[in-house]
Design a protein around this ligand. Structure first.
Ligand code: FES
Length: 113
């Protein structure tokens, strides 16, 4: 059953911007990240579909220089912000694993599967 978890205030995310989190689920860490574009927030597991490594370049830096795509730091794959679909790179056609995310009273929540 999905477990709602409050992660941070919306204004902790730049627009566009991203932030990584490690949250405990049943005693195990779940690594995930948030991406903001305008009023929309998206959440994905922090795992590249190519090799399973973490995606960020630096802490909380998941986006490419344009801010228009999530970019994997290892081999440069680009993923759409809104659905995590890989548009370029060695995992083209694959997708990041999404988590349900929403904003409530200016706080960002996710549902952990
Ligand atoms: S590990 Fe992400 S593109 Fe290769």
């Amino acid at each position: 059953m999905a477990e709602p978890r409050k992660l941070c205030p919306l204004d902790m995310l730049q627009d566009p911007g991203s932030r990584g989190f490690s949250v405990d689920r049943d005693g195990r860490p779940v690594e995930l990240f948030l991406v903001r574009r305008g009023a929309s927030v998206f959440a994905y597991l922090n795992r590249c579909p190519h090799t399973g490594v973490n995606l960020e370049w630096l802490p909380d830096q998941f986006l490419d220089l344009s801010g228009g795509f999530v970019q994997c730091a290892t081999h440069g794959a680009l993923f759409r912000l809104e659905d995590g679909y890989c548009v370029r790179g060695p995992c083209g056609g694959a997708s990041l694993q999404p988590l349900q995310a929403w904003v409530e009273a200016d706080e960002v929540w996710v549902a952990l599967d």
